[in-house]
Design a protein. Structure first.
Length: 454
């Protein structure tokens, strides 16, 4: 890194950052009480609140949101007349999945191969630490030149909308001139990137019932309608033979005209097995940033171990549909629901339940805040120019904030580059990315304050 004073300060703070991230990762803060105790999320929220108080934040509060979780808020006043910047991260995490597949325990931050491994290390507990590092570096180099609000969400991964609902009921709370969402990532390690679009999402559970109870497959199989077979056929209707999403009425031919994603690089990032084809058509960027994508993320059915020779009377699945910018998530939900009802075979009874939804988002990357970020990233990344890319994931809060504060500029940065393997086993963060992005955020805040003072 360059010898810029901010860079030197952040470098000196990295051991402390690792210690703090170790503490934060240790909380099993999955915002689903059916998976982990609610007390784990509450303890993580208290840790975040204490960290803000230690940095001099005022009005620090644990906000009880309508979905039963807590978001953490704090305000750090800046110089008189300075603009206000809202910094966002979330402290809740995805479940660890198969803990036996982790090389090191998922809730113990472990250094290996130059990276720090642990659930939430990149998504998005590391994002909160990034904000702290940026603010500390500014304090050590003349002070924080803007007023800062921090909001750390407690249920982002669940998509239950608690913070969005709270913000809509308390619109004055998160008012800011610009908003930095620290929950995306660089296109690859070492390439400074802002995210210009996010796909939205809808999450549905579908249940099929065909019989009053399970039946002996030898006595009834061949004529009795099998609910599990019906579910397999129904789910297969959601994709064409080449893997393209095929929800009735949903367009799947949009094009991405920005930064491209080479197929070989994508295969490597996604760890696609040799000989296995990618699905869909068009460029990789078309498929993951500009088009809808359906994924079956869970099926309730008998396990192989202990299975009996039975015709199943009922089956259930959970389906995620990613929705690109330009498509309304509510309309996509209606189309997917109608598709499921129309394609269930053999007259099977269909019940559909919506369990999550978020709108897609498109940022204005021509705004002054993006110019300030480009200048900051050029220094933090030693002369490399800032790039913009899409992101296939969803951050429902972005649209809520853009609707509440239409004049605010929204920037999306973060630590979730491909090697981070967020949402998968062995999630990790690059400490070099944490360091560089913390420098970039600090310089951005300084640049942004100067631009507003002109």
């Amino acid at each position: 890194m360059t010898a810029h004073p901010i860079s030197e300060t952040v470098a000196s703070l990295m051991p402390r950052a690792k210690a703090e991230l170790t503490e934060l990762v240790a909380f099993q803060s999955v915002a689903d009480p059916a998976v982990f105790p609610k007390s784990e999320c509450e303890a993580a929220a208290s840790w975040v609140a204490d960290a803000l108080r230690a940095e001099g934040f005022q009005d620090v509060a644990l906000l009880d949101t309508p979905d039963g979780t807590q978001s953490v808020y704090g305000f750090l006043p800046g110089p008189a007349g300075a603009p206000t910047v809202l910094l966002y991260a979330h402290y809740d995490v995805q479940p660890p999945l198969d803990e036996s597949a982790w090389v090191s325990p998922p809730f113990e931050l472990t250094e290996r191969d130059g990276r720090w491994f642990g659930r939430g290390s990149a998504d998005c507990k590391g994002g909160f630490i990034m904000h702290l590092l940026a603010l500390r570096a500014l304090k050590a180099n003349g002070g924080v030149p803007v007023s800062v609000k921090v909001i750390a969400e407690g249920s982002e991964e669940q998509g239950t909308g608690g913070l969005e609902q709270y913000a809509q009921a308390h619109p004055e709370l998160l008012v800011a001139d610009t908003i930095v969402i620290g929950d995306t990532g660089n296109f690859r390690v070492g390439l400074p990137t802002v995210t210009s679009t996010l796909r939205g999402m809808t999450m549905l559970r579908v249940r099929l019932d065909t019989l009053e109870g399970n039946l002996h497959s030898g006595q009834f199989g061949g004529a009795a309608p099998d609910a599990l077979a019906a579910m397999i056929q129904l789910l297969a209707s959601l994709r064409a033979e080449d893997g393209t999403t095929t929800v009735d009425g949903l367009t799947t031919d949009e094009k991405w005209d920005g930064l491209q994603y080479p197929q070989e690089q994508f295969r490597q990032d996604a760890k696609v097995l040799d000989g296995v084809e990618l699905i869909g058509t068009g460029t990789v960027a078309d498929r993951i940033w500009a088009r809808p994508a359906v994924t079956v993320i869970g099926i309730d059915c008998p396990a192989v171990v202990g299975a009996t020779p039975s015709v199943q009377s009922s089956a259930r699945a959970q389906i995620s549909l990613r929705v690109p910018p330009g498509v309304d998530a509510g309309e996509a939900t209606k189309l997917l629901t109608a598709h499921l009802r129309a394609h269930a075979p053999w007259g099977a009874r269909v019940a559909v339940e919506q369990v999550g939804q978020g709108q897609p988002f498109r940022a204005d990357i021509t705004s002054p805040a993006y110019t300030a970020m480009a200048d900051a990233m050029r220094i933090a990344y030693e002369g490399q120019e800032m790039q913009s890319s899409g992101m296939g994931g969803s951050i429902p809060l972005c649209n809520a904030l853009s609707e509440l504060y239409p004049e605010a500029e929204i920037l999306l940065i973060g630590l979730s580059e491909p090697e981070a393997q967020i949402h998968a086993v062995n999630e990790s963060v690059s400490p070099e990315e944490l360091e560089r992005l913390s420098v970039a955020e600090a310089l951005f805040l300084r640049n942004y304050a100067a631009s507003k003072a002109v």
